[in-house]
Design a protein around this ligand. Structure first.
Ligand SMILES: Cc1cc2nc3c(=O)[nH]c(=O)nc-3n(C[C@H](O)[C@H](O)[C@H](O)COP(=O)(O)O)c2cc1C
Length: 141
C-alpha cells in the first residue's frame, strides 16, 4: 500500500521566447531541490503552455507552488486539480519532462485531451488525472 500523497496540477502560459530546452535545463538543476523535498511529477510543455503535476507531502507541494507562482518565466498560473491519493504517478521522477509538441510516438491525441481538459477547467477537474495516468505508464521504470 502506498503512502498518502498530495497531487496538484496547474496550467500556465510560458513567457514569449522560452524554449522547452530552457525549461529542461532549469529542471535538470532543480531536480536536486525536488529530491530533497520528496517531490515528484512531470512538467509538460506544449505550444506555449505548461502543465505541471506536483506530487508529495501537502506542505511541500504548497511551498513549491508558492515558488512557482512567483516565477516570471510563466504567467496565468491556474490550479486545475488537487487531490490526495495513495500512490504517486511519477514516483521514480524528481521531475519528468515531456515535450508535448513532439508527441509523435505513443498515444495519439493524449496531449490534445490533456490540454483541452486543463483549459476548460473552471473548477477542480478530476478527469485530468486520467490522461496523466496514461502518460505515466510511459515513464514507468
Ligand atoms: C513551468 C516551471 C516549472 C518549474 N518546475 C520546477 C520544479 O519542478 N522544481 C524546482 O525546484 N523548480 C522548478 N521551477 C523553478 C522554480 O520556479 C524556481 O525558479 C526554482 O525553485 C529556483 O528558485 P530560486 O531561483 O528562488 O532559488 C519551475 C519553473 C517553471 C517556470
Amino acid at each position: 500500500m502506498g503512502q498518502d500523497v498530495f497531487q496538484l496540477v496547474y496550467l500556465s502560459r510560458a513567457v514569449d521566447g522560452i524554449s522547452y530546452s530552457d525549461l529542461s535545463d532549469i529542471l535538470d538543476r532543480d531536480r536536486e531541490f525536488n529530491r530533497r523535498n520528496g517531490l515528484t511529477g512531470i512538467l509538460i510543455y506544449r505550444d506555449g503552455f505548461f502543465i505541471q503535476l506536483l506530487e508529495g507531502g501537502e506542505a511541500e507541494v504548497m511551498d513549491a507552488m508558492a515558488e512557482r507562482i512567483r516565477d516570471r518565466r510563466h504567467h496565468h498560473v491556474q490550479v486545475v486539480h488537487e487531490i490526495s491519493a495513495t500512490d504517486r504517478l511519477f514516483g521514480e521522477w524528481a521531475m519528468a519532462f515531456h515535450d508535448g509538441d513532439l508527441d509523435a510516438d505513443g498515444e495519439p491525441g493524449l496531449m490534445e485531451t490533456l490540454f483541452q481538459l486543463a483549459r476548460e477547467a473552471r473548477r477542480p477537474k478530476l478527469e485530468i488525472m486520467t490522461p496523466l495516468a496514461r502518460l505515466s505508464r510511459r515513464y514507468a521504470i
